[in-house]
Design a protein around this ligand. Structure first.
Ligand code: FES
Length: 159
C-alpha cells in the first residue's frame, strides 16, 4: 500500500505539471509562428519601402582618350548615375552636356550629319551650346565643363 502511494503523485500536482507543459508548448509554438510571420513579412516590408540610398555626388569623370573620339563626333559617358554626352566639335574644341533630355528624360545623342544634339523620343533638337533648337524640350541641356589633360578628356560640373 505504501508503495502505490509513493509512485502516484498527488492529483493537484499532476494537473499543475500538465498545465505548465501546455503553457511552455504554447509559448514555443506561438514564438515559432511569430518568427515565421516576421521572417516572411520583414522582407516584404523592406521591398515595399526600401531605404534611401544616397548617391555620392560626382563632380568629375574621365571620359576617355583624346584619340578615341574623332572630330565631329560624340559619345555617351557615365557621369555619376546619369548619362553625359561628350562631343568633339573639331580638333581642339570639346563640349559636354547632361545627356538627359529636358522634355521627358530620354537620352540624347549627337547627330554628326546635322551637327546637332537630337532626342529620338519626340524629335527634339539642341544646338552645340545646349540650347533648344526645335521640338518639345522646355529648356536647354545642362552644360558640363571639358578639360583635356595630356591625352585624357575629363568632364566636370561647371561651378
Ligand atoms: S524626351 Fe526628348 S524630346 Fe521628348
Amino acid at each position: 500500500m505504501q508503495r502505490n502511494e509513493r509512485s502516484q503523485p498527488a492529483a493537484g500536482t499532476d494537473s499543475e505539471t500538465n498545465q505548465n507543459r501546455r503553457t511552455l508548448i504554447s509559448w514555443l509554438l506561438g514564438g515559432g509562428v511569430a518568427a515565421s510571420l516576421a521572417s516572411f513579412f520583414y522582407p516584404v516590408a523592406r521591398f515595399l519601402d526600401p531605404p534611401q540610398v544616397t548617391e555620392a555626388a560626382v563632380n568629375e569623370v574621365a571620359a576617355g582618350k583624346v584619340q578615341d573620339l574623332k572630330p565631329n563626333s560624340g559619345k555617351i559617358v557615365r557621369f555619376g548615375n546619369k548619362p553625359a554626352l561628350l562631343v568633339r566639335v573639331n580638333d581642339t574644341e570639346w563640349k559636354a552636356f547632361s545627356a538627359v533630355c529636358t522634355h521627358l528624360n530620354c537620352t540624347v545623342q549627337y547627330q554628326e550629319a546635322r551637327k546637332e544634339i537630337w532626342c529620338a523620343c519626340h524629335n527634339g533638337t539642341y544646338d552645340l551650346d545646349g540650347r533648344v533648337a526645335s521640338g518639345p524640350p522646355p529648356k536647354a541641356l545642362e552644360e558640363l565643363a571639358v578639360k583635356v589633360r595630356g591625352d585624357e578628356v575629363v568632364i566636370s560640373r561647371r561651378v
